[in-house]
Design a protein around this ligand. Structure first.
Ligand code: URA
Length: 230
């Protein structure tokens, strides 16, 4: 929301008065004077005017979890265990998952309460690379790499996936880089070339890599560098 709007949402302050207050250097955002009435300020920033707190600023939360197999990437479910059971309850409030993993898949899962930030990580148009280690039922052929490089046609969505990278690690093992995060994307890409994924592990999303020190089920807060990399 624009800074002038945050101020004018206060009883008795018109938009014109808000602009004047901002121009007179009476307003701070996160401790710094801001003279820009049009500045976009989210709910995580603290705003003061004349020393009075206008918006206290919510605590933003960013976590990485080493997701084990068997947990659903959901905040609640009547049947299956969810990844929330692995997160400290004091952090649950407002958390959502930034890029789900299938129940059997493992690896890097990011959770946050900041929807603007998580959209930057997951929106297909922003093309953040997501890296997976994949095991398959059949041998991965050279044709697979060619087909992935061309993009795979997804009938349901009526679209072609972005060219995906593939690094062979063994006859039936590879590291795959995709730039979207469509429903069951990696499994469907292998299915399209007549193969089947038997294990899938996410290693990274953009510059955020699964921390080697996290055992399955363990989580930690993201660092400033990781948060700012998105
Ligand atoms: N692609 C899949 O098919 N499954 C996942 O869990 C993630 C990407």
């Amino acid at each position: 929301m624009k800074l002038s709007r945050i101020l004018s949402n206060q009883n008795g302050v018109s938009r014109k008065q808000a602009n004047a207050l901002i121009a007179s250097a009476a307003v701070t955002v996160d401790g710094e004077t801001c003279r820009e009435a049009a500045r976009e300020v989210d709910r995580f920033s603290t705003v003061t005017c004349g020393g009075r707190v206008i918006q206290p600023g919510e605590q933003a939360c960013y976590l990485m979890l080493h997701k084990p197999s068997g947990y659903l990437s959901a905040t609640a479910d009547k049947v299956h265990k969810t990844v929330m059971e692995l997160i400290d309850p004091s952090l649950h409030n407002g958390l959502h998952i930034a890029g789900r993993l299938d129940r059997a898949s493992t690896g890097l899962l990011i959770l946050t309460n900041n929807g603007t930030w998580s959209r930057r990580l997951t929106e297909p148009e922003i093309r953040i690379p997501k890296v997976y280690r994949v095991s398959t039922a059949c041998a991965i052929t050279p044709e697979t790499a060619e087909r992935f490089a061309e993009g795979i046609w997804f009938q349901f969505e009526q679209l072609r996936t972005s060219p995906a990278g593939i690094e062979l690690l063994g006859e039936r093992e590879a590291r795959i880089t995709i730039y979207e995060g469509r429903y069951h994307q990696v499994k469907r890409m292998f299915h399209a070339v007549g193969n089947r994924v038997t294990a899938l592990h996410r290693e990274s999303m953009g510059n955020i890599r699964l921390d080697d020190s996290l055992t399955p089920g363990a989580s930690r807060l993201l660092t400033e560098t990781e948060i700012n990399s998105v």
